[in-house]
Design a protein around this ligand. Structure first.
Ligand code: GLU
Length: 425
């Protein structure tokens, strides 16, 4: 099927914010979205830019730039992670915040969307520098976050320890402990069991559903994974546990592949020891490019945006793409993949397990009542399966790819809430 995307909105430089807006414009046309609601949803509700002064170990002062964007709160408090990365930009954070709105809506949790980011290179910073920067950034954004307003979480290069510093900083300023201000915390201070693997577990649930839909057996099926952070590493582990052969993995330094399957336990130990999967002896060296194009049943992009493009989409040999990363596929690549019969499980579906268990964590914090891991995993599975079947149903009904279908479900829900609430005053 050819695209109805407004390509003028997707410039050649492929700014992710323009890409996010173009995805909304595309679905607005498809569902005949009310023009005023469309205009309302096309821009973020609130954008905060902060300067984050931080004393470095050598006593010099560095001023980092940070952001917190709240895209929408029609269905509940804003929710979304914080990214520490040298390539963070305001436009990227705006796009990620909008995607959070659709993601929370698709899995039907009572949150809107937000995202935060700081332009920095955490790999080159000491723990002390990272802590100081995190605490000052938290202080700067504390005017708009809170358990009833906007709840941050981990994202690229942010960890449970960083969430603990955020929780502590916010709590110190209020004078009492407020665990519900942030999710993805360590268990000891109000985190949820199962949160660490939730993104990967959710991704596996929908990948399995997709495999069943295309009539493929999981046992002996193959998966390749681009990115080996929280989402990628746990995907390798959980997909292997479920019966997939992991034939290729990579991280920012390079990759490794083995058609007979990599020993995931050894691979994770190697990554923890050396900081990378590159150089692992249980397979052959592979580039990131080769990993995206290798033969497999399920390809899991689990790193950054814009890796699947019109240029490489014709060469992709996976049957299913499960987007553990946010925004890995460009709109023009979506159309090529759809025409080629490759099923793309879009980010707002495939990686929604993380925010779903974040929601469970927030509920547990507010109720001061903690669940066992089976309950978390069972409820996560239910949420993911429902979102998958609602998306598939729209995809079949409207004869559109899974991203468009997911947007139909997600945007319609947010539009309904926005319309019902009306515009104040
Ligand atoms: N950063 C994750 C995401 O992009 C998790 C967000 C959250 O748990 O709030 O979905």
């Amino acid at each position: 099927m050819s695209s109805t995307l407004d390509r003028s909105a997707v410039q050649s430089e492929k700014n992710v914010w323009q890409m996010a807006q173009a995805q909304l414009d595309d679905v607005a046309k498809l569902i005949g979205l009310d023009a005023s609601v469309h205009a309302y949803l096309r821009v973020p509700k609130r954008v905060l830019t902060v300067s984050v002064p931080c004393e470095m170990d050598d006593r010099t002062l560095r001023v980092f730039e940070g952001y917190r964007v709240q895209h929408n709160m029609s269905r509940g408090p804003a929710k979304g992670g914080i990214r520490f990365h040298p390539d963070v930009s305001l436009d990227e954070v705006k796009a990620l915040a909008m995607w959070m709105t659709w993601k929370c809506s698709l899995v039907n949790i009572p949150f809107g969307g937000a995202k935060g980011g700081v332009i920095c290179d955490p790999k080159s910073m000491s723990m002390r520098e990272l802590e100081n920067m995190t605490r000052r950034y938290t202080t700067e954004i504390s005017i708009i976050i809170g358990p009833e307003k906007d709840i941050p979480a981990p994202d690229v290069y942010t960890t449970p320890q960083i969430m603990a510093w955020i929780m502590d900083t916010y709590s110190m300023q209020k004078g009492y402990s407020i665990p519900g201000v942030v999710t993805g915390k360590p268990i000891a201070i109000g985190g949820s069991l199962g949160r660490d693997k939730a993104t990967a577990r959710g991704c596996l649930v929908v990948a399995n559903e997709a495999m069943a839909e295309i009539g493929r057996n999981i046992n002996g099926a193959t998966a390749s994974i681009q990115g080996f952070g929280n989402a990628g590493m746990h995907s390798a582990e959980l997909f292997a546990e479920a019966g997939y052969k992991i034939v290729a993995v990579s991280d920012s330094r390079g990759g490794v592949g083995n058609p007979k399957g990599l020993d995931v336990g050894k691979l994770i130990a190697f990554k923890q020891e050396t900081g990378s999967v590159s150089g692992f002896s249980g397979g052959d060296t592979m580039s990131n490019k080769e990993i995206l194009e290798c033969e497999c049943d399920v390809l899991v992009p689990a790193a950054l945006e814009k890796v699947i493009t019109a240029e490489n989409a014709p060469r992709i040999r996976a049957k299913i793409i499960a987007e553990a990363a946010n925004g890995p596929t460009l709109p023009e690549a979506d159309d090529i993949l759809f025409d080629r019969g490759i099923m793309v499980l879009p980010d707002i579906l495939a990686n929604a397990g993380g925010v779903t268990v974040s929601y469970f964590e927030w509920v547990q914090d507010l109720q001061e009542d903690f669940w066992d891991e089976d309950k978390v995993n069972e409820r996560l599975k239910r949420k993911m399966t429902k979102a998958f079947s609602e998306t598939l149903e729209q995809s079949k009904k409207l004869k559109v790819h899974m991203r468009r279908a997911a947007y139909v479900v997600a945007v319609s829900r947010v539009a309904e809430a926005t319309k019902l609430r009306g515009v104040y005053p």
